[in-house]
Design a protein around this ligand. Structure first.
Ligand code: PRP
Ligand code: URA
Ligand code: MG
Length: 211
């Protein structure tokens, strides 16, 4: 597994406002959207391209465009949905699949309640969107769904990760495949309820309200 931690003053600034308990949903949503676009720039550094010939008004030249098959973007419901627009703004031709997973707050197991992915993902670059990587259970389950369908190139874009969760993902994927995690920051630890510390609280609740 490869880990990339964004190191940019704009990311650090936006993340600080996002963490602040006084930041209300409308601003929180806007910041998540902006942060994803900044992270997506880094996460798509190895997106597959091919060389094409084009004609400018002045001359023929060679250029670059995204190769087929199109990348697949997979937001993990609920909170990952807040990252979708920021991602597709940068990758407008991407397809979008959906996974709905909710962490049981007692057992901390990720429970799947929605799965709408293309049948065959062989040869597809997949981008998983989820703001929080806490125990790592949700991301491991999401990666497994993609691998079961043949994906071998998965990049997860998260806003915050806990060291404990990163270790779990690393142990799970090992050398098995090309898995990259791009994060805005790696925080200190998990607390006794498996919330990221200092974190930003429950990302889904802060985006969409308590359910
Ligand atoms: O790494 P883990 O310990 O598995 O926790 C991370 C998961 O927890 C949150 O989702 P949650 O279960 O709160 O669902 P929600 O997005 O509907 O709020 C978050 O968005 C991740 O999906
Ligand atoms: O800190 C955390 C941990 C899991 N899910 C969240 O939304 N926040
Ligand atoms: Mg939640």
């Amino acid at each position: 597994m490869r880990l990339h931690v964004a190191d940019h003053p704009l990311v650090a600034h936006k993340l600080t406002v996002l963490r602040d308990v006084r930041t209300q949903s409308p601003t929180f949503r806007l910041l998540v959207d902006e942060l994803v676009t900044l992270l997506a720039y880094e996460a798509t550094r190895d997106v597959r391209t091919e060389t094409i010939e084009i004609e400018t008004p002045v001359a023929r030249t060679t250029g670059t465009h995204l190769a087929d098959p199109r990348p697949l973007v997979v937001p993990i419901l609920r909170a990952g949905l807040g990252m979708l627009e920021g991602m597709t703004r940068l990758l407008p031709t991407a397809e979008v699949g959906f996974l709905g997973l909710q962490r049981d707050e007692e057992t901390l197991q990720a429970i799947t309640y929605a799965n709408r992915l293309p049948e065959d993902l062989s040869g597809r670059q997949c981008f998983v969107l989820d703001p929080m990587l806490a125990t790592g259970g949700t991301l491991v389950a999401s990666i497994d769904y993609l691998f079961e369908r043949g994906a071998r190139d998965v990049t997860a874009i998260c806003l915050l990760a806990a060291p404990e969760g990163l270790e779990v993902v690393e142990d799970h994927v090992g050398e098995r495949a090309d898995v990259t995690v791009v994060v805005a920051a790696v925080d200190e630890r998990l607390n006794e309820k498996a919330y990221i510390v200092p974190g930003l609280g429950d990302a889904g609740d802060r985006l969409y309200g308590l359910v």
